[in-house]
Design a protein around this ligand. Structure first.
Ligand code: NDP
Length: 281
């Protein structure tokens, strides 16, 4: 029996149509949501992500203000740009594409973004709000995953949820959102003693480790919903997730593909946050 494939592309399309209508309504009231997209250097993967974000803005009628800065841009120059964007009334959201070049300290840059323009929800004030259960902006990847889980038809309440990965961007906020939805949450990481055993207890399994096809079908409880966050480029150029799709498909009840699963939803949630920022200005 094959699992239901939860298409992030399809779900994104549906949500983006709704967001487009919302932007049109805002435009009629004289509100024009705008997103500054800041890229430092020329990392090819980052360039692809930034292009996708700008295209999504275009699709929805959100104004995008791109800043492509030289690899050698200093920390101070970047801080100056952020300070200017913080003050710019046209800019509702500021996105600084990560990772930054090694000479720029991410921990100085992210807190410099005004919390009410921090549409990635990485500022300590926003991560604190997520932790406290009163977020203004939901973290994009985890928020997109919550929508994908909803689409699977599985209720989170009372379910055993296992998140593999404890990064600040995915694993930790993911666990917070699942817990806020009344799931019983376990977080696994590289020091987890028996990962396979832990994963096999999950009704909802979220894999965010960055290891190609690491989670096999044998890790999965029959009927589980499996969300694959991983984006791993193989030497052949093929993009694969953290889950071995072919074996997982045989055991799970629903699964997200890579590509076309979590990725497009992350960008859609970024758009949603930009609209939220414009409304709450
Ligand atoms: P990080 O590298 O920041 O974190 C990886 C986490 O996985 C760490 O907590 C690490 O544990 C854990 N881990 C690594 N290896 C193992 C293992 N063998 N067993 C158990 N746990 C392990 O990655 P990110 O969270 O930023 O990203 C994870 C993946 O998701 C990547 O492939 C990334 O490209 C993708 N991604 C996709 C997005 C999307 O929109 N589709 C958005 C963001 C990320 P420890 O803490 O102990 O080191």
């Amino acid at each position: 029996m094959g699992a239901k494939i939860i298409s992030g592309n399809e779900l994104s399309k549906k949500i983006r149509q709704q967001l487009r209508v919302q932007v049109e309504e805002l435009n009629r009231k004289g509100i024009y949501p705008g997103l500054a997209v800041v890229l430092v250097g020329s990392d090819p993967a980052s360039q692809i992500y930034v292009n996708r974000k700008q295209k999504a803005c275009e699709e929805l009628g959100i104004l995008s203000y791109p800043y492509a800065l030289d690899e050698k841009t200093s920390e101070e120059e970047l801080l100056t740009l952020i300070s200017d964007l913080n003050k710019d009334p046209k800019v509702n959201g500021i996105l600084v594409q990560l990772p930054l070049p090694a000479h720029i300290n991410e921990d100085k840059i992210i807190p410099a973004i005004s919390p009410d323009k921090d549409v990635d929800a990485f500022h300590p004030e926003n991560t604190g709000r997520i932790m406290n259960g009163n977020p203004v902006f939901l973290p994009c990847t985890p928020a997109g995953i919550m929508e994908l889980i909803k689409e699977s038809g599985m209720q989170v309440e009372g379910k055993k949820c296992v998140v593999v990965g404890r990064s600040n961007i995915v694993g930790k906020p993911m666990a917070m959102l699942l817990m806020a939805a009344n799931g019983t949450v376990t977080i696994c990481h590289s020091r987890t003693r028996d990962l396979e055993e832990e994963c096999r207890k999950a009704d909802i399994l979220v894999a965010a480790i960055g290891r190609p096809e690491y989670i096999k079908g044998s890790f999965i409880k029959p009927g589980a919903v499996v969300i694959d966050v991983g984006m791993n480029r193989l030497e052949s150029g093929k993009l694969v997730g953290d889950v071995e799709f072919s074996t997982a498909c045989e055991i799970a009840s629903a699964i997200t593909p890579v590509p076309g699963g979590v990725g497009p939803m992350t960008i859609t949630m970024l758009m949603k946050n930009t609209i939220t920022a414009a409304i709450s200005k």
